[in-house]
Design a protein around this ligand. Structure first.
Ligand code: SF4
Length: 297
């Protein structure tokens, strides 16, 4: 790769403006995260932010970048231990190490504590449902943990690739509710506001930032990934982005514009009350997590 166009040092990443060395690239990446935070008014002065911190590359970069930005906010990292054999133990060790190096308070909550079973035990007869069950229970676990630590928001490491994949997956599944849920999907006093500071940063840049700043260690892949629709969509969109750069941001921006044109009421999730079983907010008798657990237990 050519030299950094700002200082002439060896470049590590090519941006639209030109190639950048590790130092200038890191600054460029952090500026991108700061711009996303400002664009969507994600952080208010004095906020206490619960950072969903799996210990994987995206959430590790998220936590490090939030620390570097010196926000007027307090960070608490929360790792959800789903109970996935051969995978989660390693990532928890990495998470503990990173949180300690960054000097961030770190808490761990587990599916076992919340519902009495690990994800592996819940999925003994239906591993194909892994990501749907895992995602639903993890959302509930994070929401409950954030309430417990009195957080104002929950930050997750979803990057631009994840956001664009989700848009496409919602349409592939015909899931109109999720496809139109961005408006006030955080509405309701029991829900903690969700923020995604990496939502304008590509996965490629996120990984490069992690490598440049010695944040990443080799970790195993979740064994359930093979069942995930996201895996196919990720490959497909990755190929499109390579051949037609800008595809990911066009999908994300297109969805944002579409939602901005919708009458607000149609985009709102109706939160009518609490789940009869666990007390979490829901529009139904049982919340999505308890519905999943009823099917599986
Ligand atoms: Fe959970 Fe699926 Fe991610 Fe594995 S790949 S951690 S099962 S969402």
């Amino acid at each position: 790769m050519a030299d950094c166009y700002l200082c002439g040092k060896r470049a590590v990443f090519r941006t639209e403006a030109g190639p950048l060395c590790a130092g200038h690239f890191s600054k460029w990446y952090e500026d991108g995260v700061a711009n996303a935070i400002s664009r969507y008014s994600m952080v208010n002065p004095g906020d206490r932010i619960c950072v969903g911190f799996s210990g994987g590359k995206d959430s590790t970069v998220l936590l490090a970048a939030l620390c570097r930005l010196n926000l007027d906010a307090e960070l608490v990292a929360v790792t959800v231990d789903e109970g996935i054999g051969g995978y989660r133990d390693d990532t928890i060790l990495a998470a503990k190490d990173t949180a300690s190096r960054l000097g961030v308070e770190h808490r761990i909550v587990s599916f076992k504590d919340i519902c009495g079973k690990t994800l592996d035990e819940l999925l003994a007869n239906s591993p194909q449902a892994a990501c749907s069950v895992c995602g639903t229970l993890r959302r509930r676990a994070l929401n409950a943990a954030a309430r417990e630590i009195d957080a104002d928001s929950i930050a997750t490491g979803h990057c631009l690739d994840d956001e664009s994949q989700s848009v496409v997956m919602n349409y592939l599944r015909g899931d109109v509710t999720r496809a139109t849920a961005s408006f006030n999907s955080n509405s309701g006093e029991l829900f903690i506001r969700r923020i995604k500071p990496l939502c304008r940063s590509t996965e490629r840049a996120t990984v490069a930032y992690g490598l440049c700043n010695n944040l990443l260690v080799p970790l195993p892949e979740c064994p359930y990934t093979r069942y995930a629709l996201r895996k196919d969509v990720r490959t497909w969109l990755g190929k499109l982005e390579y051949e037609k750069p800008g595809t990911l941001i066009r999908i994300a921006d297109g969805q944002e514009e579409l939602l901005s044109k919708m009458p607000k009421a149609e985009g709102e999730m109706k939160i009518l009350g609490r789940c009869e079983k666990c007390g979490e907010p829901t529009a139904n008798r049982l919340c999505a997590a308890c519905q999943q657990l009823e099917r599986l237990m």
